[in-house]
Design a protein around this ligand. Sequence first.
Ligand SMILES: NC(=O)c1ccc[n+]([C@@H]2O[C@H](COP(=O)([O-])OP(=O)(O)OC[C@H]3O[C@@H](n4cnc5c(N)ncnc54)[C@H](OP(=O)(O)O)[C@@H]3O)[C@@H](O)[C@H]2O)c1
Length: 162
Amino acid sequence: MITSIIVALGENNEIGKDGKLLCRLPADLKHFKEITWGHTVIMGRKTFESLPEGPLPNRKNIVLSRNRDLKIEGAKVYRTLNSALVYLLNENEVFIIGGAQIYEQILPIVDKIYLTKIHAVFPDADAFFPPVSMSGWKEIKRETFPADEKNPYPYSFIELAH
Ligand SMILES: NC(=O)c1ccc[n+]([C@@H]2O[C@H](COP(=O)([O-])OP(=O)(O)OC[C@H]3O[C@@H](n4cnc5c(N)ncnc54)[C@H](OP(=O)(O)O)[C@@H]3O)[C@@H](O)[C@H]2O)c1
């Protein structure tokens, strides 16, 4: 099983504010959908609660929460990251889709990072991606796009692997 992170972050590793994403970047939402479509996504309970329309369609949704009473229609709830990963061992690739708490815990064991770098700073952010030391990581792909009428900031789609 390949364990992959997918994340969109600003120039200061910002990922969120007030339980929401930093900005609306439709090109990144499309990119996220294309990469995760048909796969399993693992997320923290707070990220799940931030999804505007509940579980992501055509993906197996796994939510991590320590709340033993939590049940979510359309998603499977696990109490530990490890138990979720053991349950998914037979899958080809699973995607860790956030948020900050979950990224921090998975980063030491993750195989691949799909990173959207938003070329802007968001001074009010309150959730951050943990610092990634580039030693041990290879950049295997990078595409950069300018801002346009739909996407307010320039951005790069980057893939990192060991
Ligand atoms: N830019 C991006 O790509 C991106 C992606 C995703 C999220 N975000 C942003 O990130 C922010 C949310 O991040 P966050 O760190 O506050 O929350 P989070 O990581 O989404 O969720 C945290 C919750 O996950 C549960 N949890 C954490 N570790 C666990 C473990 N080991 N076992 C079981 N449950 C565990 C706990 O839920 P309980 O409290 O229920 O126990 C905890 O409160 C939002 O602003 C969101 O928009 C950004």
